[in-house]
Design a protein around this ligand. Structure first.
Ligand SMILES: Cc1cc2nc3c(=O)[nH]c(=O)nc-3n(C[C@H](O)[C@H](O)[C@H](O)COP(=O)(O)OP(=O)(O)OC[C@H]3O[C@@H](n4cnc5c(N)ncnc54)[C@H](O)[C@@H]3O)c2cc1C
Length: 259
């Protein structure tokens, strides 16, 4: 079974992030790393390909400046190859344009299954995976915490507020996974050395049959109009137990309409 994993390469969260002053988008001019969220998808894909007894895992990433650092990390985990879409025309792409680009690259790779994370850790609109599926015309299952594939069908447990739904969809399909789906492996030294020689195909939008009017700032339908610092968290309320602690807890929960 051939699996594509959408892998976002993001600025290192250990360094303070910067926004551009005009478009309020994240500055991505330094080294980009594998988004932690996507390590779960890579691990899940490797396990599913193993369980199927064949096939390979291909990474697809859209990132500026021909960036491959994050891809090399995922290749070191065991993915076979990668497709990178990098093009100056992509600057200013919104989530839908990103989805169109990823979908075009995925269609070219002809996988049985696509895996993405539920949301990235830098932009986190959490909308890209379902948009990719819609552009492809494939079924998608979001918030997946458990997934298995057999006889051309994806069986997934989909996290809900109260538990989970068991969902089945035919292949080809896309699933977006949560952080609990599997425990990502650490790349071994052997894996890191092997990753240096694995193929990374770099594409421009023209290679995907797209033009500059469909992507980048020209194709964007979303605009970040302003950005505000997050409000500082207020100090919590301390209740002293003078023998009536249980009553205070009940009153507090009633006020929140929890009970
Ligand atoms: C108005 C606007 C302008 C923007 N301008 C720029 C810009 O100039 N330069 C720039 O670099 N970005 C820009 N972005 C962000 C860029 O387009 C994002 O990649 C896209 O919006 C999706 O990011 P997200 O973090 O919201 O994805 P989410 O939907 O939160 O991501 C969920 C999952 O989808 C997959 N995914 C998402 N993005 C990618 C990707 N790029 N490659 C592979 N897999 C992916 C991953 O599996 C990810 O974990 C802009 C976004 C907006 C809304």
């Amino acid at each position: 079974m051939n699996v594509v994993v959408c892998v976002k390469q993001i600025p290192d969260p250990a360094n303070p992030g910067k926004l551009t002053s005009d478009t309020h988008t994240i500055v991505r001019d330094g080294k980009l790393i594998l988004d932690d969220s996507d390590a779960y998808g890579v691990e899940m894909a490797l396990q599913l390909a193993d369980a199927a007894g064949g096939g390979e895992v291909t990474l697809v990433s859209m990132a500026p400046h021909g960036e491959t650092s994050g891809l090399r990390t995922a290749l070191a985990m065991g993915a076979a190859k990668a497709i990178l879409i990098s093009d100056d025309e992509l600057a200013g792409s919104d989530a839908l344009s990103t989805a169109k680009v990823l979908a075009a690259a995925i269609r070219r790779a002809e996988p049985d299954l696509v895996i993405a994370a539920t949301e990235s850790t830098d932009g986190y609109t959490g909308t890209t995976p379902v948009q990719v599926a819609e552009v492809l015309g494939w079924p998608s299952v979001s918030f997946v915490k458990k997934v298995a594939v057999a006889d051309g069908v994806v069986k997934a447990d989909r996290q809900t507020e109260t538990g989970y739904d068991s969902v089945e969809v035919p292949l080809p399909a896309l699933v977006s996974v949560t952080a609990g789906v599997v425990e990502p492996r650490y790349p071994s030294f052997k894996g890191i050395m092997a990753a240096k020689g694995k193929p990374v195909e770099e594409l421009r939008i023209g290679d995907l049959g797209l033009d500059a009017s469909q992507v980048g700032a020209a194709g964007a339908r979303q605009q970040v109009v302003s950005v505000e610092p997050a409000e500082a968290r207020k100090a919590g309320e301390i209740a002293v137990d003078d023998g009536d602690g249980h009553e205070k807890i009940v009153a507090f929960l009633e006020q929140l309409k929890v009970i």
